[in-house]
Design a protein around this ligand. Structure first.
Ligand code: ADP
Ligand code: MG
Length: 311
């Protein structure tokens, strides 16, 4: 963890190249739960679908400044951030423009560290406790920017068949970021999501996830809960929409566990150090779009993968 303005800052990317596994739901509600616990939280929407921004009720079509204008150097982060959109909860929003950013950035030297550079400048003058980055369902340039701006990775995993499919590819990308770019980043949390306690399958998949990831798996599982599915369309967090729901309880427990584990977070390098190298040296196919992973590409893992070292 790094120290900014006298406080510890944790920067966490919520990532899984599969869509619909609960990344955005986890980012917004973990953020809201931490904010309610008096932590100052910045949420960063890295997905052109802007689900995170919409979930918080932002009218994204009206945005003049967003993560897109930040990444393309048309505005500063400070100009684009909604400060205290809710108490203790700020947002760097996205909109559909972001879909063009990957193409615009592709020829830029240092294209994978644009976010890190601009965010570190911004964070040096702010006093956030947490930065939570909601990644798109791919391992392309936007996800890479998020990972290089983060020190920790949380992986939401849907407790369904093939939950672990594609994980080896994500782990490869993290290895690449660590090895070739010298960026210190750790998987520090696995969040089982959309859990249905009535089915054997959900239970079996959680056991399997625990076999694979060991004690990185949070005890606080996120159950499938209809209120969680409803609240995005109301532009509300679960604590605003249904504060006594199972979903709200699950996210409050999860946030407590995240805080309890703080001591267990490896002492990482100062946040956002300059990268040692450029990813230009890495064959592009390693970091390009992940569509093969999402659709069952060559990295398919067996349903019960052999446990192995992860970091
Ligand atoms: P991702 O960001 O990984 O694509 P989302 O968080 O957007 O996934 O979730 C996908 C869909 O599932 C959304 O419609 C969301 O409201 C719903 N959802 C997510 N988590 C839950 C849950 N625990 N219970 C019920 N619905 C959920
Ligand atoms: Mg999402």
């Amino acid at each position: 963890m790094a120290r900014w303005k006298g406080a510890f800052l944790r920067t966490i990317a919520f990532i899984n190249q599969k869509g619909g596994v609960g990344k955005t739901t986890c980012t917004v509600n973990v953020g809201a739960a931490l904010a309610a616990m008096q932590k100052r939280v910045l949420l960063v929407d890295m997905d052109a679908q802007a689900n995170l921004s919409l979930h918080l009720g932002v009218e994204v079509h009206r945005l003049e400044k967003s993560i897109y204008t930040v990444l393309t150097n048309r505005s500063t982060a400070r100009e684009a951030v909604f400060f205290d959109l809710r108490k203790n909860l700020s947002l760097l929003p996205a909109n559909l423009d972001l879909a063009g950013a990957e193409i615009e950035l592709v020829n830029l030297v240092g294209r994978e560290t644009v976010l890190r550079t601009t965010l570190s400048r911004f964070l040096a003058e702010e006093a956030f406790d947490f930065v939570l980055l909601d990644c798109p369902p791919s391992l392309g340039l936007l996800s890479l920017n998020a990972l290089l701006a983060a020190q920790e990775v949380f992986i939401p995993l849907q407790t369904e068949f093939f939950a672990l499919q594609g994980m080896s590819r994500l782990i490869d990308v993290l290895e690449l970021i660590r090895g070739r770019l010298g960026h210190t980043i750790e998987i520090t949390g696995i969040i089982p999501t959309l859990y249905d306690g009535r089915t054997n399958l959900s239970r079996e998949v959680v056991s399997e996830i625990q076999r694979f990831f060991g004690d990185k798996v949070f005890r606080s599982i996120i159950h499938s809960n209809v209120k969680l599915a409803e609240c995005p369309s109301h532009g509300k967090t679960i604590f605003e929409y249904a504060p006594s729901s199972r979903g709200a309880q699950d996210f409050e427990r999860l946030a407590r566990e995240i805080l309890r584990r703080e001591g267990a977070v490896p002492d990482l390098e100062p946040a956002l150090p300059e990268p040692r190298d450029s990813i230009d040296e890495v064959p592009r196919r390693d970091v390009a779009s992940d569509s093969s992973a999402a659709s069952g590409g060559p990295d398919r893992l067996p349903v019960v993968p052999a446990p192995g070292p992860l970091s």
